[in-house]
Design a protein around this ligand. Structure first.
Ligand code: 13P
Length: 325
C-alpha cells in the first residue's frame, strides 16, 4: 500500500469523517460577526481552539482541514494546531486554493485559483505537519449554466492541484461543489453533478493522478434551495449514489461529502440513507463544515460561559454523523 493510499484510507475509514474548519479569513470573520464576536485574529484562533479541544473528537473525526492562518497559530498549551491534532491522532489538512475568482468570458461563473507557487507551498506545509490538502471548485446551476468552459477550467485546475499535492506527498481532497443556490430540480442537479464528475475523472486520468491516493469531496445531489419540489431523503440518497456509481472509479478509497448549506440534521439523514444502498465500492463519509460546527458557533457566541455547551453541540453532531455511517 502506498503512503498516499494509507492516508486516504485513514481519512475515510473506521466510521470517522473529516471536519472542515478552513474558512478563509473573510468567511470566518463574517461568521463570527454574525454571532456577535469581533472578527480579530485572536478570536478566530480561540474559536478554532474550541473546536480542536472538544473532548473525544478523534473518535468520530479522522482529519481537520485548516486555513493557512490557523495552521500557523498555536493552541493555549503552546503546540501548533498541526502538532496538537497529531497528539490526538487526528490528521491535519490544509486548504491550498486561494479562492474562486471571476472566470473571463463566463459571466457569473468562477475559476478557483492558487496553482502558482503551489509546489513550494506544499513542501512547506508537509514540513509543518500537513498530510492532506483541499481545493474547492465552485459550479453554479442556472439558465445555460454551468458553461462548458467553467467546468473544463475548474476540473483542469483540480487535476493539476491533485498532481502537485501527490508529487509532494499530500493526499488531495478533490472538491467540485455544485451549489444548491437556485430553483433547479433534483434531476437537474443530478445531471450537472454527473457531467462534472465525468469531466473531472477524465482530467485526473490525463494528469496521471493516482486515484487510490485521493478523497473525493462532492456535493450531495439535492434540489435547489428555491425549488418548490423538495425531494425525500431517500430520493436524495438514490440520486447521489446513482451519480457517483456512474462516474467514480472503484479505486477511489472514499467519498467525503460537503454539507453545502443543508441543515445539520438533514445532511446527517442523507448520509445515513446512502449507507442503506450498499454494497458500494467506496467508503461514504462526511467532510462537513457548517453541518458540524454551525450549532457550536451559535451556542458559543464568544462567551466562555458557553464553552462547554458549544463543545457538546459539536460533539453531538460528530457522533450523529459517525453513527449515520
Ligand atoms: P460545508 O460543509 O459548510 O459546505 O463546508 C465544507 C467545505 O469544506 C466547503 O469547502
Amino acid at each position: 500500500m502506498s503512503a498516499l493510499n494509507e492516508i486516504a484510507r485513514t481519512l475515510v475509514s473506521n466510521r470517522r469523517g473529516i471536519l472542515a474548519a478552513d474558512e478563509s479569513i473573510g468567511t470566518m470573520s463574517s461568521r463570527l460577526e454574525k454571532v456577535g464576536v469581533a472578527a480579530t485574529e485572536e478570536n478566530r484562533r480561540v474559536y478554532r481552539e474550541l473546536i480542536v479541544t472538544t473532548p473525544r473528537l478523534s473518535e468520530s473525526i479522522s482529519g481537520i482541514i485548516l486555513a493557512d492562518e490557523t495552521f500557523r497559530q498555536k493552541v493555549s498549551n503552546g503546540r501548533t494546531f498541526p502538532e496538537f491534532l497529531a497528539d490526538l491522532g487526528i490528521l491535519t489538512g490544509i486548504k491550498v486554493d486561494t479562492g474562486a475568482k471571476p472566470l473571463a468570458g463566463a459571466p457569473n461563473e468562477t475559476i478557483t485559483e492558487g496553482l502558482d507557487g503551489l509546489r513550494e507551498r506544499v513542501k512547506d506545509y508537509v514540513r509543518l505537519g500537513a498530510t492532506f490538502a483541499k481545493w474547492r471548485a465552485v459550479i453554479k446551476i442556472g439558465d445555460n449554466l454551468p458553461s462548458d468552459r467553467a467546468v473544463r477550467a475548474n476540473v483542469h485546475a483540480l487535476a493539476r492541484y491533485a498532481g502537485l499535492c501527490q508529487e509532494g506527498g499530500l493526499v488531495p481532497i478533490v472538491e467540485p461543489e455544485v451549489l444548491m443556490d437556485g430553483a433547479h430540480s433534483l434531476a437537474q442537479c443530478q445531471k450537472v453533478t454527473t457531467a462534472v464528475l465525468e469531466s473531472l475523472f477524465d482530467e485526473l486520468d490525463l494528469m496521471q493522478v493516482q486515484l487510490d491516493g485521493i478523497v473525493l469531496k462532492p456535493n450531495m445531489v439535492v434540489a435547489g434551495t428555491d425549488s418548490s419540489e423538495q425531494p425525500s431523503v431517500t430520493d436524495v440518497a438514490r440520486a447521489t449514489v446513482d451519480a457517483l456509481r456512474e462516474t467514480v472509479p472503484a479505486s477511489v478509497p472514499g467519498i467525503a461529502f460537503l454539507s453545502g448549506g443543508q441543515s445539520p440534521e438533514v445532511a446527517t439523514k442523507h448520509l445515513g440513507a446512502m449507507q442503506d444502498l450498499s454494497p458500494l465500492p467506496w467508503e461514504l463519509t462526511y467532510s462537513f463544515g457548517r453541518a458540524l460546527v454551525g450549532p457550536a458557533l451559535e451556542t458559543w457566541r464568544g462567551d466562555n460561559a458557553n464553552w462547554d455547551a458549544a463543545q457538546k453541540a459539536l460533539s453531538e453532531r460528530a457522533i450523529a454523523n459517525a453513527a449515520a455511517r
